[in-house]
Design a binder for this molecule. Structure first.
Ligand SMILES: Nc1ncnc2c1ncn2[C@@H]1O[C@H](COP(=O)(O)OP(=O)(O)OP(=O)(O)O)[C@@H](O)[C@H]1O
Ligand SMILES: [Mg+2]
Length: 402
């Protein structure tokens, strides 16, 4: 008994400290791996050392970058996030370094780039592996000197910034293949934080499930009976190739489609299987052209969406009214699916159109779903943002963006 009291006295303040850090930065988890991640963040955040964050998609790299900024002395200044894979190559340097008036057609006035906007704060270079080699050279100089010139400018601009970069590629492999500069890699990699895949820290799953279901139900006014122990166990056993992002999606989807009822093992398994079908890492034969592989992928996503619409339709038409209230956003979305999913003859729009039309429609509706957020839309479609931009241009959807 006395021993236990002692233990409580010793561990409580430490536990309370970590709970406070978790609350502050929003990185939840009960595994040793997550504890170590938080410890590393606490160690490096107060310094100005550059940090390279690696990890599979959806593991929380952006959250880690935000945490480093938030726990640093720079937190009162901006954290500027740049998605290096999303900005078209032609305007990348003017976006990063800014430009002077008249430096190119359309440069009607001088403009600050991201580096200047991040002055005194931090810059988060996401998907750094996508940076073209010519820009890598210029970035190295900024890292070494904290100095650069605006596009079309002649004066050096001095900034005080902390660099955080992230990648889901293996940069060492990229260096070996000559696609990423070795000197830049070593500069960025002063501290390397690897964010583990969810399947390697399964003890985090229960608390994440609780957090995501609580948030979702509160935001959407849903009464939810919860997950059975066996359902939770099944979630802990699943592979989660899309990591925490996929876990969140499954939790939200199961709450809606199971109509707020208790989710047991057999019902959760249906969704775990579906999650595996929309696996963005499904192998695509390398011999096939990229465009063809992408089209094939879109088809698969489309099939998934169709099956989900069918399930929703069945729920809404053949069952008694749900006992919970879905927020206005969800109602609008469902109406949208039903009104535009079929024409008057009952023939589905996908039966009517060509592949290109279907793809265009899919892109348009996905963008709408994410309120025009291209990053989230691209992710949901399993495309890189650059490819999405290309497709927006190809289908003349750029003008519809705003
Ligand atoms: N430990 C965590 N606790 C709570 N939520 C988390 C945690 N890790 C990630 N998330 C949530 O999971 C989602 C994905 O995280 P994030 O965008 O940071 O991943 P990422 O590694 O940057 O993914 P990508 O490589 O696809 O850009 C976000 O909604 C984020 O808030
Ligand atoms: Mg990210």
């Amino acid at each position: 008994m006395a021993k236990n009291e002692n233990k409580t006295l010793q561990t409580l303040p430490v536990e309370a400290h970590w709970r406070e850090v978790q609350r502050d930065v929003g990185i939840l988890g009960e595994s040793e791996i997550t504890r170590q991640l938080l410890e590393t963040i606490e160690q490096v955040a107060p310094t100005d050392i550059s940090v390279l964050i690696s990890g599979e998609s959806g593991t929380g790299k952006e959250l880690v970058a935000q945490a480093i900024h938030r726990r640093s002395h720079r937190r009162m200044h901006p954290l500027i996030t740049v998605n290096c894979g999303a900005i078209p190559e032609g305007i990348l340097e003017s976006e990063l370094f800014g430009h002077e008036k008249g430096s190119f057609t359309g440069a009607v006035g001088p403009r600050k780039g991201y580096f200047e906007l991040a002055d005194k704060g931090s810059i988060f270079l996401d998907e750094i592996g996508e940076l073209p080699v010519t820009t890598q050279v210029k970035l190295l100089r900024v890292l070494e000197m904290r100095q650069f010139m605006r596009v079309g400018g002649t004066a050096q601009v001095q900034v005080d910034i902390r660099f955080i970069a992230a990648t889901n590629k293996n940069l060492e492999t990229e260096v070996r293949k000559g696609r990423f500069r070795e000197d830049l890699f070593y500069r960025l990699n002063a501290v390397h934080i690897h964010v583990a895949a969810l399947r390697d820290r399964r003890q985090d799953i229960p608390i994440l499930v609780k957090k995501f279901s609580n948030d979702f139900c509160r935001e959407n006014h849903i009464e939810f009976a919860g997950f059975s122990e066996s359902a939770m166990h099944a979630m802990q056993e699943a592979e989660w190739p899309g990591n925490i992002r996929e876990l969140r999606n499954v939790v939200e989807k199961v709450i809606v489609l199971e109509r707020g009822n208790l989710v047991d093992e057999s019902s959760i398994k249906k969704y775990l299987h579906q999650a595996a079908v929309i696996d963005h890492h499904l192998p695509v034969p390398l011999s096939r052209p990229k465009e063809e592989a992408e089209r094939d992928f879109l088809f698969r996503v489309l099939l998934e969406i169709k099956s989900e619409i069918a399930q929703l339709r069945e729920l809404l038409t053949s069952q008694p009214l749900p006992r919970y209230h879905l927020g206005p956003w969800h109602e609008e979305q469902m109406v949208d699916y039903f009104e535009h999913g079929e024409d008057q003859s009952g023939e589905s729009s996908s039966d009517r159109g060509s592949v290109a039309e279907m793809e265009k429609e899919l892109i348009r509706s996905t963008l709408k779903k994410y309120n025009g957020n291209k990053r989230r839309a691209a992710r949901s479609l399993g495309l890189s943002e650059r490819t999405l931009y290309r497709k927006l241009e190809k289908y003349g959807l750029k003008d519809e963006e705003d």
